[in-house]
Design a protein around this ligand. Structure first.
Ligand SMILES: *Cc1c(COP(=O)(O)O)cnc(C)c1O
Length: 647
């Protein structure tokens, strides 16, 4: 880094000896549903500026001839597939920087093309940081404006602090990005210098407000000092953003009184809630055409664009004929999924069984382990008493694990091993089946969710920021068994306590138990079936050829970080209530219909409207169709010419 020759701007620097990479844009058109706008989703690919080194090739050095361009292209070869887990790898930092720099240079380039004054940057643009992964956009925009456009620090900061907003997606400590100062010094020295300057000015303001409160100043610093110097990316996002939001009511409250407590006190009004939503076009109309048609028959098509219209279905909760049609659609969807399961897993499932589904990323806090342990207890109950009445169940899992997440892979292995034993037991027959569907992804979710009777949303209270599959399931007429966590709470409030199966501790009860000193064994002792399930795993009943492979899972229960032993009793009890209700098909369907009718507020249209109103300060625009010219102008295309007329 060098001092820039223009010494009128003491903050200006020249960044030298850089690795220069070409950003190649790839545009995907995103048409609105029955609107006249088509937006573009612009993705970037890293390409070599120099390509193939012919001189090296001619010298016979084939490896070196390719090496440089291969290294450049590696920047975007894979997107890091972690979920709720931070990975501090150099290539990941390079990828994050590459993507934000390309995007910001693109925005600046576009403003220059339309001759818009860059001082109007914040009036013309808003950037929503979707988690901290693009947080480097903050120092990068400072750099582009100061070093590139010769703005003063204050001019640049005025723009940056109005342009950015930040959405937090998790409270899990291991997911919070902290980049080591040592790595940033090596890769992004100018950005580190800018972050230090942001921090210095920010902490001056903090110390002016809380005179002498050095503990607070250290707590709020964007730089962690011990055990290693690290940049706290989430804190930087909060300090630089106009608004910060959580993704469900509980999550936002926990942010304000936990992770960002000091920041909420320092920046009153900065924190807002925007509860997540799902698009009814994909998750109902496209994924479940049979249910869509049934709904449209009753209330017309307006629900596709105005999901609150679904509330009109509340008038039909006593309409037996309609409830029977609802049941018939569900059965048809279960039939289709059953064919998929037979084809892919070679398991025949019982269409009269409860399709009990947990599909989501594999993570310990989501407690797939609680579900499979419960499945083992059901197995034991049938084995104890094979003649007794049992409401049949098909327990379906789908889950992807991050590649390096050992415990997640253990749990997937356990689910598959338990499935092999239970599904092969002739005494169990079609009373109980366990199915693990491989390669969980959106297209598979679209097949599974319309066929579900029961939606498993069983995270430990205080760990799931929002969840969105909880919304997808309820919209498709599945009942929820869940904890008071994330958006489950808002689903509970919308459908009413009688139409959802809530179990387990609340956030306050979790906190209290932790403070008392949690001992999982005091809970396991009191639950003979849970104890027998664990003993069965320990005895290698599910791992005959591979002795003791599940030891790490059993050992993890010595600490039981996600307290499944404490919630097990209440989970099992509520599962019995689920089975009882399922025996009364009309009551069950009535409950499903009440869920569907109350899903209006979980439309992503409502979420986006809230972002526009609370955060972006945008109003809807009407977009005219210029049909006689044979083409359509989008709002975005119109914007720059409007601006130049106004200037
Ligand atoms: C909706 C969805 C998710 C999120 O599921 P949660 O249960 O809310 O964590 C994850 N993966 C896919 C493929 C989805 O469709």
């Amino acid at each position: 880094m060098e001092q820039h020759p223009d010494d009128r701007n003491p903050m200006r620097r020249k960044w030298v000896d850089t690795q220069d990479v070409l950003a190649m844009p790839y545009d995907t058109p995103i048409p609105g549903y029955q609107t006249n706008t088509v937006n573009t989703l612009r993705l970037w690919s890293a390409e070599s500026l120099y390509g193939f080194n012919l001189a090296k090739f001619n010298q016979g050095d084939y490896i070196s001839a390719n090496l440089e361009s291969a290294m450049d292209q590696n920047i975007t070869r894979v997107l890091y597939p972690n979920d709720n887990n931070y990975e501090g790898k150099e290539l990941r930092l390079k990828q994050q920087y590459f993507l934000v720099s390309a995007t910001l240079q693109d925005i600046i380039g576009r403003m220059k093309t339309y001759h818009v004054d860059l001082h109007d940057f914040a009036r013309m643009n808003v950037v929503q940081l979707n988690d901290t992964h693009p947080a480097l956009a903050i120092p990068e925009l400072m750099r582009l404006l100061i070093d590139g456009e010769n703005f003063t620090w204050d001019e640049a900061w005025k723009i940056v602090s109005k342009t950015f907003n930040y959405t937090n997606h998790t409270l899990m400590a291991e997911a919070l990005e902290k980049w080591s100062v040592r790595l940033m010094e090596k890769l992004l020295p100018r950005h580190l210098e800018i972050i230090y300057e942001i921090n210095f000015r920010f902490l001056c303001q903090v110390s002016a407000k809380y005179i002498g409160d050095n503990d607070r100043i250290a707590r709020m610093s964007l730089i962690q000092e011990y055990p290693e110097k690290m940049v706290r990316m989430a804190y930087m996002c909060v300090a630089a953003s106009d608004h910060v939001n959580g993704v469900a009511a509980l999550h936002t409250e926990l942010l304000k009184e936990g992770l960002f407590k000091d920041f909420n006190e320092f920046f009153p009004g900065k924190f807002v809630n925007v509860t997540n939503g799902i698009t009814p076009r994909r998750w109902l109309r496209k994924a479940n055409p049979e249910l869509s048609d049934l709904i449209t028959e009753k209330i017309g098509t307006d629900w596709v664009k105005h999901l609150n219209e679904l509330d009109k279905l509340s008038a039909y909760t006593e309409d037996t004929e309609f409830l029977q049609k609802l049941a018939a659609v569900k059965r048809e969807n279960k039939q289709k999924l059953a064919r998929y399961i037979e084809e892919h897993n070679n398991i025949k499932v019982n269409l009269d069984s409860i399709f009990d589904v947990q599909v989501k990323r594999l993570h310990e806090y989501k407690r797939q382990l609680l579900n499979i342990l419960h499945a083992i207890t059901l197995y034991l109950k049938i084995k104890d008493n094979p003649k007794a009445d049992f409401v049949p169940r098909t327990i379906i899992f789908g889950a992807k694990a991050a590649p390096g997440y050992f415990m997640a892979k253990q749990i997937i292995k356990l689910i598959n091993s338990v499935a092999d034993v239970i599904n092969a037991d002739p005494e169990i027959g079609d009373k109980l089946k366990v199915v693990f569907l491989a390669n969980y992804r959106v297209s598979l979710a679209e097949k599974i969710i319309p066929a579900a009777d029961l939606s498993e949303q069983i995270s430990l209270a205080g760990t799931e920021a929002s969840g969105t599959s909880n919304m997808k399931f309820a919209l498709n007429g599945a009942l929820t068994i869940g904890t008071m966590d994330g958006a489950n709470i808002e689903i509970h409030d919308a459908v009413g306590a009688d139409n959802i199966f809530i179990f387990g501790m609340t956030v306050d009860e979790v906190k209290k138990l932790r403070e008392q000193g949690y001992n999982p064994y005091s809970f396991i002792e009191k639950q003979p079936y849970l104890k027998r399930a664990l003993d069965l795993i320990r005895s290698n009943f599910f791992s005959r050829g591979e002795m003791d492979i599940f030891r790490p899972i059993l050992d993890s229960l010595n600490y039981d970080t996600y307290m499944l032993a404490a919630d097990f009793e209440s989970y099992a009890a509520v599962q019995e209530r689920v089975a009882q209700l399922y025996q009364n098909p009309m009551e069950w369907q009535k409950c499903c219909l009440k869920n569907i009718a109350k899903m209006g507020m979980f439309s992503s249209d409502r979420s986006i409207t809230e972002y526009a109103e609370k955060i972006w300060n945008l109003k809807p625009v009407h977009v005219d169709v210029y049909a006689k010219h044979g083409f359509v102008l989008s709002a975005q295309q119109l914007e720059p010419s409007n601006v130049s007329q106004n200037e």
